[in-house]
Design a protein around this ligand. Structure first.
Ligand code: ATP
Ligand code: MG
Length: 370
């Protein structure tokens, strides 16, 4: 459907696009991703000839795009840019029909398209068709920008970071709308983003670029399983972990920065410390900061009047694990032991943190939902 063959572009001595070749199939959603300045926008603009390559060829349906009239070409390619660019003095309906009007479609046909498209994004025709862009929210304007790109039913739609200015909620709902529009209409989309979550959600195939080159082109699953470079791994970051929860350890699930006290501390001091911090146990360590056990407020109440320091009240009934232990095993231990928390130790038996049901739950939520 869309094919780049050894395409390069230089501005003076600087090579912006460096010999890229790829092919996108009809009906696919391809997502271009990579660090700022890697050449995503440039690649996109070469598809509708806003920028011409200095070497190589681009084909749409087997036809070299330089053989086609630029204006004619652009009428068959929808284009959504970040700054939506709606015409402020045109209504929603007029904005959507810019290209159909250029193509001299009948008024009835244009009206039908506006009805149909507004319905697709749940913006009722009666309510919105005759509003002006200034009367719409940012997310609604963005929707109209997308509908405008789709209005003349172009086989190819290009989108350059269309959602980067939107709040996360609007962004997610528009992502879903774009995905379902793309599937319903079976268009070929080339979508630029630098947000990996967006790429993973939307893409049939992800094209990762760096410094004008394609580093990896693969479906999301494959990229998650076999990222081709450390940089891609960094971009995938938390999503890689989420895909393989087996690699998680106690240290990923613990709360660090817990208070510890030496065994020589006096009873009264410890009671007031527990009140201040609103905890009912303290973690006790020796002079070398090695874990000794815990002291509970219940034990202090029971026998605290006959001892001076907490030393005689230390109990070793709280389960301990090590930072590198498997997270699932820790989870099982926490549940089966009935203990309020697990103490996490390093190789020298010093306290790294504790795992509570709450720290476990929030770490899991982080893994699942970021
Ligand atoms: N007209 C120009 N003259 C010289 N260099 C340019 C020109 N336009 C873009 N560049 C350079 O080309 C490189 C690629 O730019 P491009 O806009 O394609 O990056 P991008 O991947 O879209 O980045 P971003 O994520 O920041 O939008 C950048 O280094 C940019 O500085
Ligand atoms: Mg860009």
């Amino acid at each position: 459907m869309l094919r780049f063959e050894h395409v390069s572009l230089s501005y003076g001595a600087q090579k912006i696009i460096d010999d890229i070749s790829f092919e996108i199939q009809e009906g696919q959603m391809a997502v271009l991703i990579g660090p700022s300045g890697c050449g995503k926008t440039t690649t996109l603009k070469m598809i509708n000839r806003l920028i011409e390559p200095s070497a190589g060829k681009i084909f749409i349906n087997g036809e070299d795009i330089t053989a086609q009239d630029k204006v004619e070409l652009r009428r068959h390619i929808g284009y959504v840019i970040q700054q939506i660019g709606l015409f402020p003095n045109m209504t929603v309906a007029q904005n959507i029909c810019v290209v159909p009007n250029l193509l001299k479609w009948s008024k009835e046909e244009c009206d039908r398209i506006v009805h149909q498209l507004l319905e697709l994004v749940n913006m009722p025709y009666e309510q919105y068709a005759h509003k002006y862009p200034s009367e719409l929210s940012g997310g609604q304007q963005q929707r109209i920008g997308i509908l405008r790109a789709l209005a003349a039913s172009p086989p190819i739609v290009l989108m350059d970071e269309p959602f980067s200015a939107l709040d996360p909620m609007t962004r997610r709902s528009l992502q879903q709308e774009v995905r379902s529009l793309q599937q319903k209409l079976n268009k070929t989309f080339v979508f630029v983003t630098h947000d990996m979550e967006e790429a993973l959600d939307l893409a049939d195939v992800i094209i990762f670029m760096n410094q004008g080159k394609i580093v990896q082109m693969a479906p999301p699953e494959e990229m998650l399983e076999h990222p081709a470079s450390g940089q891609i791994q960094d971009f995938l970051g938390k999503f890689i972990q989420a895909a393989s929860p087996k690699g998680l350890t106690a240290a990923d699930f613990m709360r660090s920065g817990v208070y510890t006290v030496p065994a020589s501390r006096g009873i009264n001091e410890c009671v007031s410390m527990m009140q201040r911090r609103n905890v009912d146990t303290l973690i006790v360590v020796d002079d070398a900061k090695r874990y000794q056990g815990t002291v509970s407020i219940a034990d202090i109440r029971l026998t605290g009047h006959v001892v001076r320091t907490i030393d005689p009240l230390i109990r070793c009934n709280t389960p301990t694990v090590h930072g590198g232990d498997n997270a699932k095993d820790c989870f099982d231990l926490l549940i089966s032991s009935g203990a309020p928390y697990l103490v996490v130790l390093d190789g020298e038996e010093r306290v790294l943190g504790i795992i509570t049901k709450t720290s476990m739950a929030s770490a899991m939520a982080e893994q699942l939902w970021g």
